[in-house]
Design a protein around this ligand. Structure first.
Ligand SMILES: Cc1cc2nc3c(=O)[nH]c(=O)nc-3n(C[C@H](O)[C@H](O)[C@H](O)COP(=O)(O)OP(=O)(O)OC[C@H]3O[C@@H](n4cnc5c(N)ncnc54)[C@H](O)[C@@H]3O)c2cc1C
Length: 301
């Protein structure tokens, strides 16, 4: 990741239906010309959705100019399975992995004690060992990203201890941090300062999700548990809640203002949660005045 210019990335999730797949592939075509530094693909807990992630990552790798980064989680995995996935991604010349604890599955019985890796740090260490084995065609092996939570992670209410856990992940070999979405930049900027005070000096990419509908807005509140919605945003959404087009404009404008402010504050990168749609991300990207990159300028994280 370069220090002199910010990194941009787009996040997708694997589609579950042919119609959803069509929307996603159109989105990928729309966004490809922006040449983000990488695109990431989320990872579920069930076997079939997991194959969708692996397949999508390989499809992006083989059929587009984009650099895909798979998310990989501890939940519902043993060591052999993780190793097999690493071999598969190494064979496909995937360069980076976003290494996560993973959300608890909601619709299948789950016993955490049966997971080989209890926390993301265990997975970070395992990938580092895999890298050292020389199994990756690139002698540097996989680059490793981890998650950070500017507003705190619900499982660790003690914020000092939580920062210790994040520092341990970085010390174990994480190269960069991608944050949970947030709507108040002060939370991110303070988090970045607290990381620096804790001795965490890897790049921190800010997670931004433009609100594009009232239903999406309510879903975010559910999924990103603990996300704080500033009164200024809520007031604007309340004013237009019955006008779908206006809600979208308000959400995109709010996210655009966040991005301008982050760039003014020398953010290392912005990670867009696209929800598999391109329009909001394109409007924001175009309005930020960022020159499009060529593939030759692609960077190694
Ligand atoms: C950018 C981003 C992408 C994501 N993508 C996905 C995805 O694709 N699929 C998915 O299922 N989920 C995803 N998530 C959600 C994430 O997996 C969950 O929020 C998970 O609960 C936390 O993940 P983590 O990687 O921080 O886990 P961890 O680092 O394991 O932390 C989880 C909790 O355990 C605590 N902890 C960490 N280490 C220790 C330790 N040694 N001892 C005790 N406690 C410890 C932490 O403080 C934290 O509270 C994503 C989150 C982000 C921010």
């Amino acid at each position: 990741m370069r220090a002199d210019s910010p990194t941009f990335s787009f996040e997708f999730f694997p589609p579950r239906t042919p119609e959803a797949a069509e929307i996603l592939y159109q989105t990928i075509r729309d966004l490809e010309s922006y040449m983000p530094h990488f695109v990431s693909v989320t990872y579920g807990a069930g076997g079939s959705t997991r194959d969708l992630t692996h397949d999508l990552v390989e499809r992006i790798q083989h059929t587009t100019k984009l650099d895909p980064i798979p998310h990989l989680t501890c939940v519902c995995h043993n060591e052999e399975e993780i190793e097999a996935i690493l071999f598969r991604y190494a064979k496909a010349a995937i360069g980076n992995i976003l290494t996560l604890g993973g959300d608890r599955p909601r619709d299948i019985p789950y016993d955490k004690s049966r997971d080989s890796f209890q926390h993301a740090i265990d997975l970070v260490k395992f990938i580092r060992r895999f890298n050292e084995s020389g199994a990756h065609p690139d002698r540097r092996g996989f680059g490793v990203g981890v998650a950070g939570f500017p507003e705190g992670h619900p499982a660790t209410p003690n914020r000092l201890v939580e920062m210790d856990h994040l520092k341990a992940k970085v010390d174990a070999g994480a190269d960069y941090i991608v944050t949970q979405l947030f709507f108040d930049n002060r939370d991110f900027l303070d988090f970045r300062e607290r990381c620096a005070l804790a001795g965490i000096h890897v790049p921190i990419m800010a997670g931004i999700m433009p609100i594009t509908s009232m239903s999406g807005f309510k879903r975010i509140a559910e999924l990103a548990g603990g996300a704080r919605f500033p009164a200024r945003l809520l007031r604007a959404l309340q004013r237009c809640e019955n006008d779908r087009e206006m809600v979208k404009r308000v959400g995109v404008h709010f996210a655009l203002e966040q991005c301008h402010d982050l760039l003014d504050n020398h953010v290392a990168g912005i990670h867009f949660y696209t929800l598999n749609r391109s329009d909001a991300t394109r409007i924001i990207f175009d309005s930020l005045g960022i020159p499009r990159r060529r593939k030759a300028q692609a960077l190694t994280l």
